[in-house]
Every structure is written in structure tokens, then in C-alpha cells.
Write a protein of this length. Structure first.
Length: 393
């Protein structure tokens, strides 16, 4: 196990009546003018935004609304939010939504403290460590951004999707009411389930030895999510399944599952450039396609880890099988589970042009300037090979 420091300052208020705590949480945070950031009209039509406004009025703070966040959140909207915060003197951002809304709020929080254009962060021209404080009212269990210190944002003009992280981006608080996820569509429930699993898988596939304790944590979380994801997909108002997914979303991305070990993250990075170039690709769906291809490409470099994955996560015994066969059974089980939730099996389903795969690999490798992976290091050629496997070549 590697050395580490673990500090999670986010207060989580969880349960059916958790939104009632918003006024006191805002007062505790010392906010005076809150930017309420949200997605489409569903948050308004459902009455959730009115409930949030009532809590802010009870807290005695000013607020300004900014909606319009879409999946694969755009830096263009974040720039609008930055200008709004500076003009109106906003000192706190409240994200009402899922990971896309929270990530957009984080981008605004960084930009509000900068003189330069916020996209300079994602070009690695500046590395800020200061941001406006953030809170969230979670409505989708998926990204785990509600307790994490990172964000992902897209630049639709450049066709790029990039990430950034700093401890200053960990939200001050998160309100988690599983009932708010009852209306999440089957597709988004499935995408969210995949995303939760992948945040754990990417930490699980590690070259670090002697991490049995966190292995067991990862495996237990994944088994629970696999069960709950199937239940919520078929019965969207099952409270316990929704509660499991919501809490697992937070735990899978608040670093607990990765303490003392090196993570991989290649699948996430490969997916970022897929959905950066193809905006119709939902993040979870892209991960569901990329992950099996990544597994099959790298499993020979740590076959024992993939055999453990098959046994401990999917319940597949290795008796009578070679290691290669056992490992492959685990990958097949993962892919079959994704398909059972309506996820696609290959990049063809997204309308990806196979002739653009080399461009995608070049973007992902920063034109050959970076490598990916913890379990096995990938260069541009490796990335292209994985994209081609995911396409079905």
C-alpha cells in the first residue's frame, strides 16, 4: 500500500427530507449571493427550483439563476456564468443537478477567481488552486462530482473534452435525496450505473500490490451497484436501489476506493476524446464501449488482476479454465451487464467514422505528448488500437 493523505471536507445530508437542510447549510457556508446553476426545464417544472429558492429566501441570501447545462457541459456556458458571478458579486455557487451541472459549476467557480479565460486551465497554461465555494443538490447518481475535487468540461468549438482537479473544487456540502432520481430516464440510469462502476474499476485495476483491503471495498461496492442498477433500471421508484446508487456514486469518486494505490484512468481519458468529438455520446455509454476493448488490450500485463475481477465482482469461478479464459469471462460478464442496461457494444452505434479514429488517438495523446494508464502505459498507437477494438475491427 502506498502512502497517502485523505481529507474529505464535504458534508453530506442524505435522505428523503434532506433538502430542508439547505437554508442552514447556506448560512453555515457564509454565503450572501448564490448562483443557482441547473440544467434544463425539468428542474423548474418539477418544482425543485422553487423549493431551492424558498430555502435560500429562508436563509436570507440573494440568488441569481443560470440554467441551460447540457450533458457533456460546455465551456461556453461556463464563461457566461463567470461573467455573471463577477458582475453580480456572487460568492457561492449551488449546483442543482447531476455531474454535468456540478462540473459546469466548478468551471465557473474557477473562472470567477481568474483574470484569464477559463479554458486556459484546460490547456494547462495556468493551474489555479482557488475557487468560489460550491454546494450541490444532487439529482442524478453517476459522476460522483458532488464529493470530488475534479471536473470535466467540453469545448465545442475545438471538439475537445478536458479535465482538471484541485482540492479547492470539493463541494462544501451535498444534499442527497434518492427520491429526486425517480424521474431519471432508463438511459440515464444505465449511463449513471456504468459511470459509478467505472470510477471504481479504474481504481481497482492497479499495479500496486498488497492492497487487499481496498480491493475488498471496491469489489463490495461494485457488487452492490450491479444489483441496484438492474433494479432501478426496471423499477425507477425503488427507494433502496436508488439510495444505493446515489451513495455509491459519492463513495466511488471521493477517493476512498483509491487510497494507497495507483489508479489507471485510461478508459475515462479515451472516452473523453470520443465524446469530445461526438457530442451525441453519453459519457456512461462511451465508457461501456471503451472498457471491454481496454480490458482485452491490456489484460496480458496483469492477468491475475483480471481473474480476481471475474471471481470477486462477477462470481465466476476459474475452475477448469486457463487464466486467459477466466479473465475473458470477467470481461464478457461486464459487457453483458452493460448490454442488459441498454448500452451499446461498439462505436458503430454512435455513428463514429472509423477514418477519424487516428485523429481521436492524436487528440487523446495530446499529439503524442502524453501517455495514459496505471496498469499498463499506453502511447498513441496503443490508444488507436483500443479505439479500433471498440469500433469492432
Amino acid at each position: 500500500m502506498l502512502d497517502f493523505t485523505y481529507h474529505i471536507p464535504t458534508k453530506v445530508v442524505f435522505g428523503r427530507n434532506s433538502l430542508n437542510a439547505l437554508a442552514s447549510l447556506i448560512r453555515e457556508a457564509g454565503a450572501t449571493h448564490v448562483l443557482v446553476h441547473f440544467g434544463g426545464q425539468s428542474a423548474v417544472k418539477s418544482g425543485l427550483i422553487d423549493k431551492v429558492k424558498a430555502q435560500l429566501e429562508e436563509a436570507g441570501v440573494r440568488y441569481t439563476l443560470l440554467g441551460g447545462v447540457a450533458p457533456n457541459p460546455k465551456v461556453s456556458l461556463a464563461r457566461e456564468g463567470v461573467a455573471l458571478c463577477k458582475r453580480e458579486g456572487v460568492d457561492f455557487i449551488l449546483a442543482v443537478g447531476g455531474g454535468s451541472v456540478i462540473d459546469s459549476a466548478k468551471c465557473i467557480a474557477l473562472g470567477a477567481k481568474m483574470e484569464e479565460d477559463v479554458w486556459n486551465i484546460f490547456e494547462r497554461k495556468v493551474r489555479p488552486s482557488e475557487a468560489l465555494p460550491i454546494g450541490s443538490v444532487l439529482t442524478i447518481a453517476a459522476a460522483g462530482s458532488e464529493m470530488a475535487g475534479g471536473l470535466v468540461i467540453s469545448n465545442d468549438e475545438l471538439g475537445l473534452k478536458r479535465d482538471y482537479g484541485t482540492p479547492a473544487l470539493r463541494p462544501v456540502f451535498c444534499i442527497e435525496n434518492p427520491e429526486l432520481t425517480y424521474t431519471v430516464s432508463k438511459w440515464q440510469t444505465a449511463c449513471g450505473t456504468v459511470d459509478i462502476l467505472m470510477h471504481t474499476f479504474e481504481r481497482y485495476f492497479t499495479p500496486t500490490e498488497d492492497v487487499d483491503f481496498t480491493d475488498e471495498l471496491c469489489e463490495g461496492l461494485c457488487r452492490s451497484v450491479i444489483k441496484a442498477g438492474s433494479i432501478a433500471y426496471e423499477n425507477p421508484t425503488d427507494y433502496e436501489a436508488r439510495a444505493t446508487l446515489m451513495w455509491a456514486s459519492s463513495l466511488s469518486q471521493n477517493d476512498l476506493m483509491g487510497m494507497g494505490r495507483r489508479a489507471d484512468w485510461a478508459t475515462h481519458q479515451l472516452e473523453h476524446d470520443l465524446s469530445g468529438m461526438y457530442d451525441n455520446v453519453s459519457h456512461g455509454a462511451g465508457l461501456a464501449v471503451i472498457f471491454p476493448a481496454w480490458c482485452r488490450y491490456v489484460m496480458k500485463h496483469n492477468i491475475a488482476r483480471f481473474c480476481r475481477f471475474a471471481e470477486k465482482v462477477w462470481g465466476i469461478s476459474g475452475e477448469g479454465l486457463t487464466q486467459q479464459q477466466h479473465a475473458e469471462k470477467g470481461v464478457e460478464a461486464a459487457q453483458a451487464y452493460f448490454v442488459s442496461l441498454g448500452m451499446p457494444k461498439d462505436l458503430k452505434a454512435f455513428g463514429v467514422d472509423p477514418d477519424r479514429l487516428p485523429e481521436m488517438a492524436e487528440k487523446c495523446s495530446f499529439n503524442g505528448q502524453r501517455t495514459l494508464g496505471g496498469l499498463h502505459t499506453l502511447n498513441t498507437e496503443d490508444m488507436l488500437h483500443i479505439y479500433r477494438l471498440a469500433y469492432g475491427d
